[in-house]
Design a protein around this ligand. Structure first.
Ligand code: HEC
Length: 130
C-alpha cells in the first residue's frame, strides 16, 4: 500500500515551478549587468559633476565628502537610499534626478544626460567588497 503517492505527485508538479521562481532572481552580478554602458566614462562624469563633494568614491582620492553615504561598496547593496530597488534603470534615474524618486531627499539632481547617468550607474556597480 502506498501512502506517499500524493506527496510525490505534488513534488513532481511543483519542482519545475520552484526552479522557475529561482531563475527569476539572478545573482547580483547579472542583475547589475549593463553591457551598453561604459564604467570608465562613468567615472569621468562623476569627476566632472563633482559627486565626490558629498560621497567617498573609490577611484577618486579627493575630496571624499561625507554629506552623503560612502559609495565604496555600493555594488553590494540591495537598495538605493534604503528604499529603491538597486537596479540599473532605477539607479540611472536616481543619480541624475534623485528628488523625482525620493521626494525630500538631500541628494540633489545632477547635470548628467541619460547616457552619462547609465555610465555612472555602471561604474557604481563595479564598487564591491570583493
Ligand atoms: C550635495 C551633496 C551630494 C552630491 C553632489 C551627490 N550626492 Fe549622492 N547622495 C547625497 C545624499 C545626502 C544621499 C542620501 C540620500 C537619501 O538617503 O535620501 C545620497 C545618496 C546617493 C546614493 C545612494 C547611496 C546609498 O547608500 O543608497 C547614490 C548611489 C548616490 N548618492 C550617487 C551620487 C552620484 C553618482 C553623484 C554624482 C552624479 C552624487 N550622488 C552627488 C548627497 C549628494
Amino acid at each position: 500500500m502506498r501512502h506517499d503517492g500524493g506527496f510525490l505527485f505534488a513534488l513532481r508538479a511543483l519542482l519545475p515551478l520552484v526552479t522557475l521562481v529561482a531563475a527569476c532572481k539572478p545573482p547580483p552580478d547579472e542583475r547589475q549587468h549593463m553591457p551598453q554602458a561604459d564604467p570608465a566614462a562613468g567615472l569621468a562624469a562623476i569627476e566632472r559633476v563633482g559627486c565626490a563633494a558629498c560621497h567617498a568614491i573609490p577611484g577618486l582620492n579627493w575630496p571624499k565628502g561625507a554629506l552623503g553615504p560612502s559609495l565604496e561598496k555600493f555594488g553590494d547593496q540591495g537598495m538605493i537610499a534604503g528604499r529603491l530597488p538597486n537596479r540599473p534603470d532605477v539607479l540611472a534615474h536616481f543619480v541624475r534626478a534623485a528628488p523625482e524618486l525620493v521626494p525630500g531627499t538631500t541628494m540633489p539632481a545632477m547635470p548628467l544626460n541619460e547616457k552619462e547617468a547609465r555610465d555612472v550607474a555602471a561604474y557604481l556597480y563595479t564598487l564591491r567588497a570583493k
